[in-house]
Design a protein around this ligand. Structure first.
Ligand code: AKG
Ligand code: FE2
Length: 254
């Protein structure tokens, strides 16, 4: 099965791979993450995180070698997805308690526009929202009459905005433990992504609801709103694996 077979929803740029790692690998990764010295954790208001691979600056990465327990997983993601032009060199590990989340945001321009997120522990739902910057300002149209650029009439503008919203609907993806989510290109550039800080997440409308129900072996007859909700009773850990193309060998090159 090629990675493109894992596309979910209407965007070809969102892929969801259930069971990307085994339970044994999950246990091993969690042990390694919690083995790190407490100074490795950075506490934010609504979550804790570990930064691996070096410091990401606007102008690139001040690199630090990834430990072997991480390269084992990043190399597999690289090889199996074929979506990164070179080795993944940065991993952010986020830890969320049941009532913690991450506000809608876009990942920075320093990264190559592909994010691979491995989920461990408690499941959660990630929401994607079209970026308002793009919603508010469609590109000016090119004038065919040779008078240079012209801005569209208000009707055209409305039509264009409607089309943009049609093509860019909100959607969500349920992130089950051991799954890998990849979002890239327009899903990376045109959408914000976030996780609500509530203890119950509905996945009725998630683009991968079918995969989840199939994996949980739930028959159609017993579906109920109860099983279409995720009750976040324990900690979730995610590994966001990305590539910073510009790598600085030393500080003075900045
Ligand atoms: O925890 C997640 O699944 C998302 C993390 C994220 O969006 C980020 O680190 O930029
Ligand atoms: Fe992010």
């Amino acid at each position: 099965m090629g990675f493109e077979d894992y596309q979910v929803g209407s965007l070809p740029t969102v892929l969801y791979v259930p069971q990307f790692v085994t339970e044994a690998e999950e246990t091993h990764l969690l042990a390694k993450i919690y083995e790190a010295p407490s100074a490795k954790w950075k506490s934010l208001k609504n979550r804790r995180l570990q930064n691996w691979g070096g410091v990401v600056h606007e102008k690139g990465l001040l690199p630090q070698e990834l430990p072997p327990w991480l390269t084992k997983i990043t190399q597999r993601i690289n090889e199996e997805s074929g979506l990164f032009p070179s080795a993944i060199n940065h991993v952010l590990i986020n830890e969320y308690l049941p009532s913690q989340g991450i506000r809608p945001h876009q990942d920075g321009p320093a990264y190559f526009p592909v994010a691979a997120i491995l989920s461990l522990g408690s499941p959660a739902v990630m929401d994607f929202t079209p970026h308002s910057r793009l919603r508010a300002s469609p590109d000016p149209l090119e004038d065919e009459g040779g008078e240079g650029r012209r801005y569209p009439s208000s009707e055209t503008l409305e039509a264009e905005t409607d089309k943009w919203i049609d093509d860019h609907r909100r959607f969500s993806v349920a992130l089950m433990p051991r799954s890998l989510l990849i979002f890239k290109d327009n899903a990376y550039l045109d959408y914000l992504h976030g996780i609500k800080d509530t203890e119950v997440h509905d996945f009725v409308k998630a683009v991968n609801v079918q995969q989840i129900l199939d994996a949980e072996n739930t028959s159609h007859a017993v579906r109920s709103t109860e099983i279409m909700s995720i009750h976040r009773t324990s900690t979730r850990i995610s590994l966001t694996c990305r590539l910073v193309l510009k790598v600085h060998k030393n500080l003075f090159k900045f």
